[in-house]
Structure formats: C-alpha cells, structure tokens
Design a protein around this ligand. Structure first.
Ligand code: B16
Ligand code: MG
Length: 225
C-alpha cells in the first residue's frame, strides 16, 4: 500500500534559564539585597521582579537609580564583581533537585522527537549552572550573556540561538519567564510562551504557570503547527 510521508522538518525550542529551567531568581535576590543593603539602599522582592531577564550591569544601574546613588566606574565594577561572588556562592550548592518540575520531562520528549533544543539566557553563569544541575548535554546549542552585546528585550540572544541550531526564527518557540524575554521572542518573530504570571506575561502568545500545567499534547501541537 502506498503511504505518503510528509516531512514536517524540525522546530527549534529555545529555553531561558533563570526562572524557566531553575529558580535562580531567589539567589539573585539574596545577593542583590545584601549588596543594596550594604550601601544603604532598601531592596524588596517586588523590585527583584523588575530584574528578571535583565543583565547584571543593567540590574545594578536600576538598583542605584532606585536608591538615588551615583558611583564612579571603578566602584561600580567592584560592586558588580562582589554581587557575582555572592551569587556564585549560592549556585555552587545547586544540584539536579533544583531543576523545576517537569522540565526534564519536556526536554526528554523533545529529544525523543528529534527537535532542536537551545538555551537563550542573559546570564554569564548559564554554562556553570547547567553543569551543576547536569543538564548541559541536553542542549544542542547554548547562547548566554557571554555571547551577546545587546540585552533582552533585544532579540539578539534568541536570534543567535536559532542560528546556532540552524532553524529559521519563525520555526522557533521560546520559553521565558520575563517580560523583556517575551518581548525579545516576539521581536524575533518566534512563538513566545510565558512561564509564570499571566498578568506580567500578557504579551506572550501562551502563558503557563509552570511546566506541570503544560501537557505533551501542547508540545505535540507546537511541533506540528
Ligand atoms: P548573571 P535569564 C538572567 O537570566 C536573570 O533572569 C537576571 O536576573 C540576571 O541579572 C541575568 O540573567 C544576568 O545573570 O549575573 O548570572 O550574568 O533569565 O536570562 O536566564
Ligand atoms: Mg529568566
């Protein structure tokens, strides 16, 4: 019997790291809070929300603005290095248990279906975090804060990720927890999927509280749409 086979071609699935694969936002918060408090600036969890997906430099600029503090370049750089040292102390303790629920299930399914998988993160620590949680080998390409010159909402990080896996942007799907990241994915002409709060991420094409809310039928739909 003649059976026609339709070759669908693969899609590119690009994952943000902090807030999507692991909850490192809590460690960023603790490190930024210590730094801010040390120089007399108060820092709340709701302010921390505004730093999600934002580069390290821009995050410190925002904290200093909120506190009305101005620094010379040397002191600024010293504080950035100090924040990262504190942050690295937290992430040194990370292991596989910190992978967010159902992330591995989705990654395994995509791999089994032969889809291309990339990381698109603003973090300069992305590679070490992926190693700590033993996920580095799950990705066909990793693009992080060391590979880009423009921060989200600029689409550079996702466009570079698409190019690294050799998939056209319009065939890519981005999972993101920050508004800046959703805007970056939309500008890149990719399908944007918000992971987190529906109101914060309302510019995303779809929003899920976390991956436990997303069933395999939806992933199948993304592969075939
Ligand atoms: P680092 P993502 C972002 O990672 C974080 O959301 C953001 O809070 C952080 O400031 C930024 O990485 C830079 O991180 O200091 O480690 O270079 O969400 O884009 O994976
Ligand atoms: Mg994030």
């Amino acid at each position: 019997m003649f059976q026609q086979e339709i070759f669908m071609g693969k899609k590119g699935f690009i994952f943000d790291l902090d807030g999507v694969i692991v909850d490192t936002a809590k460690y960023h918060y603790l490190a930024w809070k210590k730094l801010a408090n040390d120089i007399g600036i108060s820092f709340s969890e709701s302010q921390n929300e505004h730093l999600k997906g934002v580069s390290r430099i821009r995050s410190l600029e925002k904290i200093l603005d909120w506190g009305g503090v101005r620094l010379n370049q040397e002191d600024f750089n010293e504080l950035m290095a100090k924040k990262n040292e504190d942050y690295l102390r937290y992430i040194k303790t990370m292991n596989e248990n910190e992978i967010l629920p159902d992330v591995k299930k989705i990654l395994n399914y995509l791999t089994q279906k032969g889809q291309a998988i990339a990381l698109g993160s603003a973090s300069k620590n992305a590679r070490s975090i992926l190693s700590m949680v033993s996920l580095k080998d799950e990705f066909d390409a990793i693009i992080d804060g060391n590979d880009v010159t423009k921060a989200k909402p600029d689409p550079e990080v996702f466009l570079k990720a698409a190019s690294a896996i050799n998939i056209k942007p319009e065939r890519c799907i981005v999972f993101e927890d920050s508004l800046a990241g959703i805007q970056a994915a939309n500008t890149a002409n990719m399908v944007s999927i918000g992971i987190g709060d529906k109101d914060t991420l309302k510019e995303a094409e779809y929003v899920f509280k976390d991956f436990t809310e997303m069933d395999i039928d939806f992933i199948e739909f993304l592969i075939e749409r």
